[in-house]
Design a protein around this ligand. Structure first.
Ligand SMILES: C[S@@+](CC[C@H](N)C(=O)[O-])C[C@H]1O[C@@H](n2cnc3c(N)ncnc32)[C@H](O)[C@@H]1O
Length: 399
């Protein structure tokens, strides 16, 4: 078996393990993507007009159209250069150049010495940072710009950028990746997703819990801004990590009784007030504790296959009393209206994890309905790349 075939076979095995119902396209995809050159004539009248050289030169001459053409051109260029921007952002983060400039403006020479980078290369990096508006130039000196200050202030964002080295390697051959001919490293980064059957490495558990906890504060803030928990008496957060969401709920609704449910190794790391109950267990193999009238799943479903999600939602349904509520809080695909962030970043990320997928609100609603939930409602979300919110209820007559 050739190396490529062997990798494809390994990938197919992982796909089968995680979602037996889904075929792995890795082995069957053999067609060459490079068709012989032909005159470019896309389908659809508008696309044919836009692609024609005559129309493009006409746009370049007409004032109103010239602006549109320029913006479209710049947007296309940004699509092409996105990976370079990400890598220069990574370099700024790894070198701590943004933090250094947070103390005050400096020249490229000064930062070059502090970061152990040749001065002419530091100049290129800082100039790129200024072009991305993270920095601004003041003559020969560079200063932190508003966007850079906001970047440093967002909890967890620097750690997110740092851990992207894994995803970046996974996407190095995007065609092989999308054909399922690679075995991505990202799944190894999030070992719990596979069920954490054995004891997990405490350092690894600590690493992913920290990354999750830092970003969860923002998710909780966004979700609770659009969600009312009035009427809730007892809330259980399933897959709640180290309890950041529960702490945010406590701050807004001090009267609600709270319960954290997660894998035992994760729950052990949760530093929570004594009156917040903790249950260590697996929602794959253990029943969920009863008694909560509301159960939240924050960034849990998108880690898992439909099969696991169906089983989990059935357990949530069984654990709730009639009239109880489930809250699904996670970034969602735009579905029929593709979203520029969730349908690129999160969809590809979950694909690399091999186990889950970024589902649309419509898809999650269908799974909720299949589990028996009703009154499924989507809450307004200002920043879907941080999170979206769906709520649903167990029928009052259902037990
Ligand atoms: C993506 S993290 C989300 C954590 C937290 N809700 C947040 O938004 O930061 C997924 C969580 O699900 C938990 N989890 C995964 N598999 C689990 C299982 N079988 N039983 C219980 N919890 C599980 C993980 O330990 C992790 O804390």
């Amino acid at each position: 078996m050739s190396g490529r075939r062997a990798v494809g076979a390994a990938c197919a095995a992982i796909c089968r393990k995680n979602d037996p119902g889904r075929a792995c396209p890795g082995l069957s995809a053999v067609a060459d993507i490079h068709a012989p050159d032909q005159p470019f004539r896309p389908a659809g009248l508008i696309n044919r007009i836009v692609a024609s050289a005559r129309f493009q030169s006409f746009c370049a001459r007409v004032p109103g159209l010239r602006g549109i053409a320029r913006r479209e051109g710049a947007a296309l260029f940004d699509l092409m250069q996105g990976f370079v921007q990400s890598q220069m952002l990574m370099a700024l983060v790894e070198l701590r150049a943004l933090q250094m400039l947070a103390d005050g403006p400096a020249t490229a020479d000064t930062l070059a010495t502090r970061c152990d980078v040749p001065p002419e290369r530091m100049q290129v990096l800082l100039q790129a940072g200024a072009a991305m508006r993270l920095l601004k130039r003041r003559g020969e000196r560079f200063a932190l710009a508003r966007r850079g200050a906001a970047f440093l202030a967002v909890p967890g964002l620097q750690d997110m950028v740092r851990h992207h080295d894994v995803l970046y390697r996974d996407l190095a051959d995007p065609v092989a990746f999308i054909r399922c001919e690679t075995v991505p490293e990202l799944a190894e980064f999030w070992p719990y997703v596979f069920g954490a059957k054995g004891a997990m490495d405490p350092a690894q558990t600590e690493r992913y819990s920290r990354l999750m906890a830092e970003s969860q504060a923002l998710v909780a803030q966004e979700a609770l801004a659009h969600l009312s928990l009035k009427g809730t008496h007892k809330l259980m957060d399933v897959g709640g990590g180290t309890g950041v969401f529960l702490r945010a709920v406590r701050a807004r609704y001090p009267q609600i009784e709270l319960v954290l449910f997660d894998l035992p190794d994760v729950v052990a790391q949760a530093a929570l007030p004594a009156d917040i109950a903790r249950h260590g267990g697996s929602f794959r193999s253990d029943p969920l504790p009863q008694g909560a009238d509301t159960i939240s799943l924050v960034r849990v479903l998108y880690d898992h296959s439909d099969q696991t999600v169906r089983a989990l939602l059935a357990k949530v349904f069984a654990a709730l009393p009639p009239g109880g509520r489930v809250l699904i809080i996670e970034p969602m695909s735009g579905g029929l209206r593709p979203n520029p962030q969730t349908d690129v970043y999160f969809s590809v990320y979950t694909l690399a994890m091999q186990t889950g997928q970024t589902r649309s609100a419509a898809r999650i609603s269908a799974l909720l309905s299949e589990a028996g939930f009703e009154e499924i409602s989507r809450e307004h979300a200002d920043r879907p790349y941080i999170t979206c919110v769906l709520t649903a209820s167990k029928p009052k007559g259902g037990g």
